[in-house]
Design a protein around this ligand. Structure first.
Ligand SMILES: Nc1ncnc2c1ncn2[C@@H]1O[C@H](COP(=O)(O)OP(=O)(O)O)[C@@H](O)[C@H]1O
Ligand SMILES: [Mg+2]
Length: 445
């Protein structure tokens, strides 16, 4: 017979192995750094200029950052900060190279599906990187205690308080206090019973944290992250207890309330990487999102799993719509939750594979124009980048054949480009719907 103590022992052994794998897969200083980008990449792939125009602009203005030439190299290599200066300063034929940025708050996209391996974290990472190279300032929220995205962005030393759990527990305390302070008979007419939150939660000091304490810089200068960590796996369990402490707590709106307090103009695009389940964390992600992006592998069982995901998500959202009508009076969200758009994106797609092509057309028949035109192709370089994903944008094309790198990059570029084309009209037109009057609180991440 085996009990929890046997499980504990198995885990202890497993943790030892995990530590060893980490030491093997990280650079000695345990820090993930961002490479420089060559003048070929900067001109043609990032700024969209031909190389001779770029060279001309560089020659004409000595105040532009000149990048660095490697020993024996011919090209100049630029940091992302330098690329962003070039983007601001170069105006070919009077035209700005800055990306379109509608007024109002950042646009939020949740990348969600059941099942590990659907490609959620890979898409979140690549969209974040592609958007940063496009000139946007990006915030990612890692809702998955497996923390793939956080690790991939160079964050390995994260404590639970700094994760979505910290945001949720802090929200529980604040919301309960606010409910307790509503004068009897006010608003809805019926006073809520007084709730108390045990000191084991209030003593954590979460109320004293500033918004900025939850947001951390990454190895990319224009990407910040609200990270996760393996220890945050208890969040689902804790959240169920929290709901019990205060059944009127609109648990699913905690992260939305947090994001609504951030200044409008500090970030442009926000991506949520979701856990492989429908639970308290993924409901928070979905509820705070303007758009859902649902990645799926191109196989039968992945199709099955995607189908049951949307069914269960629909049920969960419907339940909220009828259970919390009164609870959100002070929030800027309405029930039922409405999305600007929902898209399905095939990943790990092999154009030469007959099954994949058949699945693509099946998805197309079922989901119509909700299926992205450009699936993300299977890429060995990404597959083999290891436990801590590296994006194709981070990889140096000199480490593989240029053609392999280019094809992979083109696939992710097309998927990101389609995302941007789908998203922008909502962002432009959605100033009212997305935005909210709010008290701006400065944040330096
Ligand atoms: N386009 C792709 N080409 C090659 N490998 C991929 C691709 N997308 C995902 N993978 C691999 O599949 C695995 C699972 O992907 P991941 O994004 O972590 O899924 P999820 O976040 O949904 O669990 C990872 O090892 C990743 O490297
Ligand atoms: Mg993942």
């Amino acid at each position: 017979m085996l009990t929890h103590s046997d499980l504990r022992e198995l885990q202890t052994n497993s943790l030892k192995m995990q530590g060893w794998i980490r030491r093997q897969t990280f650079s000695p200083e345990n820090e993930k750094t961002l490479r420089r980008f060559s003048s070929w990449e900067v001109s043609e792939l990032i700024l969209g200029l031909n190389q001779s125009t770029f060279r001309g602009k560089m020659a004409a203005d000595p105040s532009l950052p000149a990048g660095m030439v490697e020993p024996e190299g011919r090209q100049r290599w630029f940091t992302l900060d330098e690329v962003n200066i070039l983007r601001r300063k170069i105006n070919p034929r009077g035209k700005s190279l800055m990306p379109e940025r509608p007024q109002g708050r950042a646009f939020r996209t949740a990348i969600a599906n059941f099942k590990g391996g659907a490609g959620k974290s890979t898409i979140a990472l690549h969209f974040a990187h592609a958007a940063a190279l496009d000139g946007y300032r990006v915030l990612c929220v890692d809702f998955d205690p497996q923390a793939t995205l956080s690790h991939s962005m160079g964050l390995t030393d994260v404590s639970e308080e700094q994760t979505v759990w910290g945001i949720m527990a802090r929200d529980l305390i604040n919301e309960t206090e606010a409910q307790n302070n509503v004068p009897k008979g006010a608003a809805s007419g019926t006073a809520l019973p007084r709730r108390s939150i045990p000191s084991s939660i209030t003593d954590l000091g979460l109320q004293r944290l500033r918004l900025a304490d939850f947001i951390q810089p990454t190895n990319w200068p224009t990407i910040d992250v609200i990270p996760s960590c393996a220890n945050a796996a208890f969040v689902e369990f804790a959240s169920a207890q929290y709901r019990h402490l205060n059944p009127e707590w609109s648990f699913f709106a905690a992260v939305n309330r947090f994001l609504d307090q951030l200044p409008d103009d500090q970030w442009d695009l926000i991506f949520f990487d979701c856990p492989p389940a429908i639970g308290y964390q993924s409901m928070n992600a979905v509820f705070a999102a303007d758009m859902l992006y649902i990645p799926s592998g191109p196989g039968y069982w992945e199709y099955d799993s995607t189908t049951s995901f949307i069914g269960q998500l629909s049920e969960a959202l419907e339940d909220l719509a009828y259970g919390f009508e009164g609870a959100l009076s002070a929030d800027k969200v309405r029930l039922p939750k409405a999305f600007h758009d929902v898209r399905f994106l095939l990943t790990r797609y092999e154009p030469g594979n007959e099954l994949h092509r058949a699945m693509n057309s099946a998805f197309g028949k079922v989901f119509g124009d909700k299926l992205c035109q450009h699936p993300v192709e299977m890429t060995r370089a990404v597959e083999q980048s290891g436990r801590f994903l590296s994006s194709i944008y981070e990889m140096d094309y000199r480490d593989m054949t240029r053609e392999t790198w280019r094809r992979a990059r083109e696939s992710f570029d097309r998927a990101y480009g389609e995302f941007r084309d789908v998203m922008l009209p909502h962002w432009r037109g959605g100033a009212d719907a997305l935005s909210a009057d709010k008290v701006g609180e400065g944040v330096d991440a």
